[in-house]
Design a protein around this ligand. Structure first.
Ligand SMILES: [Zn+2]
Ligand SMILES: [Zn+2]
Length: 183
């Protein structure tokens, strides 16, 4: 693998950069592989990662740098950098989508009279389904569903973002808290 170490360098980021392209689209970066294969675009870099058995999200580095200086462990491959782990994890994501439904999560949060944290709902979901920790990506799925309930007006988020990566438009929450909206 050492002969196909793919590195990413930041280009100059314009002031009015498209946030989605910057954070999720792999824009404003230059890619290189140690083997010398030209990688002119993010797509070419992902293809080369696939060919060499590396995760297409982090390109084998096990980290993802969302904006310059903000690095987190790659969630697509469980921070292994490996394509086969990424594929297993993709299957687990779709399995989580099937077993963790909106109705299930709605039923679980009815058990919380006051505010609750994402981690508490994720733990209760794991318990309800009898899932061992690490078996399925429960947290990300539960977070998506809670955001859905929030968008539908059933919940309000109480937390402020933990990180503002580029002003208020690109923010991160670690373990946000919500509360149900009383009818
Ligand atoms: Zn290479
Ligand atoms: Zn990865």
């Amino acid at each position: 693998m050492s002969t196909h170490t793919i590195t990413t360098q930041w280009d100059e980021i314009p002031e009015n950069a498209d946030e989605a392209a910057l954070v999720h689209g792999g824009a404003f970066r230059t890619f290189r592989c140690f083997c010398g294969t030209p990688l002119p675009t993010r797509v070419a870099a992902e293809l080369h990662a696939t060919e060499t058995g590396q995760c297409t999200a982090c390109l084998g580095s096990a980290d993802e740098e969302l904006v310059p200086g903000f690095v987190r462990r790659c969630s697509a491959c469980a921070a292994t950098g490996r394509r086969n782990v990424q594929l297993v994890w993709e299957v687990a994501h779709s399995e989580a989508e099937q077993v963790i439904t909106l109705d299930l999560v709605r039923g679980i949060i009815e058990g919380f009279p006051g505010p609750f944290k994402l981690s508490e709902v994720a733990d209760a979901t794991r318990l309800a389904l009898g899932l061992p920790v690490g078996r399925l990506p429960v947290g990300p799925r539960v977070r998506d569903l809670l955001r859905e309930l929030e968008a539908a007006g059933e919940l309000v988020m109480l937390s402020a973002p933990d990180e503002m990566l580029r002003g208020p438009s690109v923010v991160l929450y670690r373990d946000p808290r919500w509360q149900r909206v009383s009818p």
